[in-house]
Structure formats: C-alpha cells, structure tokens
Design a protein around this ligand. Structure first.
Ligand code: HEM
Length: 410
C-alpha cells in the first residue's frame, strides 16, 4: 500500500486536497508582497534558531578574549566567529528589514485597491496587529546584542513606554523587566523576542491566511473582463505552490547575497555600552517616530491628576502614531461605499483615497526628514510648517492630477 493511500485512509486526504489544494489564486505581482512577508517570517525563525543556540541573554560581565564584556555582547562576537555565523546574523537582520518593508507595502496595496472593505475588515484589523507586532519584534531585536547602539536605541523606546500616563511603569515592567538597562532587562526582552511575540505572530499569520482562504482573494481587474462573476486563478497545487517555491528560492538567494555583501550591524564598530552616549540614528522604519520626537520640545507638558503628565515623548511616540493607528483600524467601517468587495479597485478611480494616501506618505517622509534636524540646521517651526503644508500640498496636487487625467470621483 502506498504511503499516500495509507494516510488517505486515516486522514481523508482526498477531501482535504479538493478543499484546499485546488483553491484558486489570482495571478498578480502585487499579491506576492504578502508572500514575501511570510517568507521573511520563516527565514527569521530559522536563522533565529541558530542565533538562540549561541546567544546569552545577559548583561552580566564575563571575560572574553581578555576583556570584561557584557555576556550578550560577547556571545554576539562569538556567533560572528563561528563558520557562517556573521552571514546568518546578517541575514537575520536584513530579513527583518525586508519583512517590515514588505508588510508595509502589502498594507499599501490593500489600502490603494480598497481590499480592506467588507467582508475583509477582520483581515485588515489582523493585518494592522501584524504590522505592529512586526515592528515591536524588530525593535526588541535591536536591544539584544547589548552594544552601545542597542542600549542607546532601546533607552528611547523605554522612555516612550514609560511616558504613557498611569500605564507606563506597568508596561516598562512587562517589556523590560523594570528599569532599563538592568540585569533583568535582557532575559525579559529575550523571552519576548524568541518566544511570546513570534508565537503570537505565527498564530495571527495562520488566522490571517485561513480567513484569506475562506473569503478568497479580491480579484484583479482582468478577471471582471475575462469571466465576470467567477473566481479566476491558478490552483494552489501545483501552480501556485511552484510559483511560491520559485519566489522563495529567489528570495533566499537575494537575501544571502545581500547579507554576505553587506554584513549588518557589526557590534565591534559600536563597542560595548560605555559612559558616553553614541550619536546615532535609528533604523529607517523608526526614523519618522524619532523625527517627531525631535520636533516636539520637552516644554510641551500637560499635568494630569495623580502626578502623571502628558509629555513630549508621549505626544510624539504614542499619541500621534496611536491616532494614525486608530484611524486605520476604523477605515473599513468609515469607508462603506461599495459593499461586498470582489474586484480590486483602481487607485485612479478613487482620487480621494489615493490622494489622502499620498499625503500620508509625505507626512512620513517629512517626519523622517526631521530625524536629521540638526544636520540640516532646521528649526522646529520650519519642520512643523513642512509637516503640515507638504502633505496637504501633496494630497491636493495628487487629487487634482488624478481628476484631470482620469476625471472620476472617488
Ligand atoms: C506578518 C505580516 C503579514 C503577512 C505574513 C501577510 C500575508 C498575507 C498573504 C500571503 C496574503 C495573500 C496574498 C496577498 O493578498 O498579498 C494576504 C492577504 C491579505 N492581507 Fe496580509 N499579511 C500580513 C500583514 C497584513 C497587513 C499589515 C494588512 C493590512 C493592514 C493585511 C491585510 C490583508 C488583507 C485585507 C488581505 C486580503 C487581500 C485580498 O483579498 O485582496 N495583511 N496577507
């Protein structure tokens, strides 16, 4: 008896095959963005397993090559000395960058094509949670090598967590094990980074994909012309699986080429944490937040009852991003124009939504630019004027341009 028949008798594989393996996947390049995010997560877990085997999550001082160093920092030097150690650590770093970028671009494609609308509101909300978790996971990853960069960057995040009125101390306790840096910080951050957050992310990604399979993809525009009302696409097995396999191999090849050519975050360049704070900029995806923090003077304080206060850190690090997140969460319930979304909407046919998205992107660009406030010699007043008027200008110009060229109302 063949292995397939043996398993089929017990698990009814034929039924499973008919139900899932014949699922139609639309062929459209923009649908690969979610898959790239998925590949990145898989690679992060695999490369992360190698790192955990050799990493020591502790800031206690140990003797390494004749020097007294924090154990975590020394263990990263040790990982770098292993065969392929540097490349695997570098691949882990770049995969995290690619994951953040692909999740964000995937979100943009969902936003610009209206795929967040009924009945896909749950997947939109799950997606926002996935984006938030991905960014928090990446942020914690930076703390682990415990070099001067890690400690300085994590202190900014620690300050933001602590700034939340009434909840700050509790959140700092939960995420950092209390004060940062302290002996309890690294074990706590490590447990979150290698266990709790990846588990949560894996469960939410699974749910996200199950819902996507159940609801079926929105259909690309060509499907409406070729076979209106029908779900067009290639079956999961063998065609979609083969395409995904090829894409995964291309992904792996490019990632390791990048990881080998540009070794990421060489800890010895920053050195172990010392008494002086190094001048540094956070990763590109945190620069807009860093820029906002630079633009808000510490004099912006509103006292609250019980000795708490709304501080500049809270406004830049929690309030503004939180408001953006809230509007994003509510979007499918605010934009209820065409119900039961089946076909992807063209950005050109929705000038208002497209132009607001462009305006928001410019908001992020200007906030990111504010991260170089000192280098460009900009004042806060200039930056605030830019942050208000450039996105507004971009929104208006895009709206007028789309209406001029395509002439449709959104
Ligand atoms: C870890 C992060 C994520 C992973 C691994 C992931 C994965 C995927 C995959 C593989 C698909 C099917 C292919 C595609 O439509 O691109 C998909 C669809 C979808 N995703 Fe995500 N996603 C993530 C984050 C997000 C985010 C941040 C959002 C939006 C806030 C989102 C909203 C959606 C929606 C609404 C669909 C259905 C799209 C349609 O039917 O056209 N996802 N996701």
């Amino acid at each position: 008896m063949s292995v397939y028949r043996w398993l089929d008798e017990r698990l009814d594989l034929d039924r499973l095959n008919k139900k899932f393996m014949r699922k139609a996947f639309p062929v459209h390049h923009s649908f690969f963005l979610g898959e790239i995010a998925l590949f990145s997560f898989i690679v992060l877990v695999l490369t992360g397993i190698f790192l955990t085997l050799n990493f020591e999550p502790s800031s206690r001082l140990v003797e390494y090559r004749g020097e007294k160093l924090p154990a975590a920092y020394a263990s990263v030097l040790y990982i770098d000395s292993l065969p392929f150690g540097k490349v695997i650590r570098s691949a882990h770093h770049w995969a995290a960058n690619i994951m953040v970028a692909s999740v964000f671009l995937h979100l943009l494609r969902i936003l610009l094509t209206g795929a967040y609308k009924r009945p896909r509101e749950i997947n939109w909300i799950l997606g926002l949670l996935l984006l938030g978790l991905t960014v928090v996971l990446a942020f914690i990853g930076y703390a682990l090598p415990f070099d001067a960069y890690a400690v300085t960057a994590t202190q900014i995040g620690y300050g933001i967590a602590k700034s939340i009125p009434y909840l700050g101390d509790w959140l700092a306790q939960l995420m950092f094990g209390g004060e940062f840096p302290s002996l309890r910080s690294l074990p706590r951050l490590y447990a979150l980074h290698v266990l709790w957050l990846p588990l949560l992310l894996a469960a939410l990604i699974g749910l996200h994909l199950l819902i996507m399979i159940k609801q079926k993809h929105t259909q690309p525009r060509y499907a409406e012309e070729v076979a209106p009302g029908k779900v067009l696409g290639v079956p999961m097995v063998p065609m979609q699986a083969t395409m995904m396999g090829i894409l995964f191999l291309l992904y792996l090849g490019s990632l390791f080429l990048l990881a080998g050519a540009l070794i990421a975050h060489p800890v010895e360049v920053y050195g172990p944490p010392g008494t002086s704070t190094p001048v540094l900029k956070p990763e590109w995806y945190f620069l807009w937040l860093y820029g906002l923090l630079q633009m808000i003077p510490s004099s912006w304080q509103i006292p609250l009852p019980g000795g708490a206060a709304i501080t500049s850190e809270f406004i830049g690090g929690v309030l503004i991003p939180g408001l953006l997140g809230l509007v994003a969460l509510l979007l499918p319930f605010l934009d209820t124009r065409r119900t039961k979304m089946r076909y992807l909407e063209l950005p050109s046919q929705h000038p208002m939504r497209t132009s607001v998205t462009v305006g928001l992107l410019f908001f992020f660009f200007v906030a990111t630019f504010a991260g170089w406030k000192e280098e460009f010699g900009m004042t806060n007043a200039q930056l605030w004027a830019m942050l208000v008027f450039i996105p507004l200008g971009a929104w208006l110009a895009t709206y007028v341009l789309i209406r001029q060229i395509w002439g449709k109302e959104g």
